[in-house]
Design a protein around this ligand. Sequence first.
Ligand code: SF4
Ligand code: FES
Length: 368
Amino acid sequence: MKIPPPIAMLAELTHRCPLSCPYCSNPLELTRLDQELDTQTWARVFREAAGLGVLQLHLSGGEPASRRDLEELVTAARDAGLYTNLITSGIGLTEKRLQTLDAAGLDHVQLSLQGTNPEMADEIGGYKGGFKRKMQVATWIGQIGFPLTLNAVLHRRNLHQLPRAIEMAVEMGARRIEVATVQFHGWALKNRDAFMPTRAQAQEATQIVAEARKSLKGTLVIDYVPADYHDDYPKRCMGGWGTSGLNVAPDGQVLPCHAAQTIPHLEFDRVQDKPLQEIWYKGSAFNAYRGTDWMPEPCQSCDRKTVDFGGCRCQAMAIIGDPNATDPVCIKSPHHGALQQQANTHAVQVDAPLNYRAQPQRGVVQAD
Ligand code: SF4
Ligand code: FES
């Protein structure tokens, strides 16, 4: 198979974050401050990424604003010729800091939304006063004129707020909203009882998105990640393993997707040891599930195998303990029925507690 170059790179600059969302996509074992890559190493990685063909750089975390060198990192990314997108909760950003980021050449901001009112947002983020600060940051973003995407993460407790989230995106002047139903990896997997939507909620959300896409055509683009436990076919995770994107973790490990570390047999190269180009084309983790040769039945003889590439490897690992298996969301998987039963059971757990994401250990403190 001819391996295409990656289009996008997600740089997880840090796992530190003022929020503690119980669905955080960071791994259960968080990288400490003293293990984070330094400014110069990130700058080199950005140059290598651009040389490899990457066009878009997503600066993420944790909360990327927790890095005091964020402005320097944006400058380095722009110097490398990358389009820069900051994925942030907004907490930790001041008006002055946003202006400095604008001057450094930041191209785009993606603001996360934990809820559409303070009660919901502050409870889910585990941060009192967070919603108010986020709304202030949204105003500054609009005044400076950054193109904005709103990221609404939805689950059983806040799916009823979807219409308001879409309205808020329009009010904020966002060009795009990402409506993402929680994907159950890492911390979210510990919170399935609290967050699993009901089938009725999942269907209603799909309908709301379809109607809003029609009525807001030309005003707002809506990207939608449905509640896949209730679906018949799995998502094409990461656009296909090792085909269009890569993640660099705060400690320099290069991952085919954010949850890849949950697959125990994979070994990840680090940017400190090898050039990104070599890792992308030759790294064993990237080649483990590339293309279709690795697929078992029923995927191997399925006519959708180049549509969804067998679904999500990390989900197969999380649910049935086998990363080589067909994603159990698929109706052709022998585990599909059991998964749907599980989903329905999780969805009726009332008053399930929220297990908040932990914070990284500080380790040996160094200047960042
Ligand atoms: Fe996709 Fe495999 Fe299901 Fe076919 S059998 S639809 S390739 S997950
Ligand atoms: Fe890893 Fe889907 S999250 S393949």
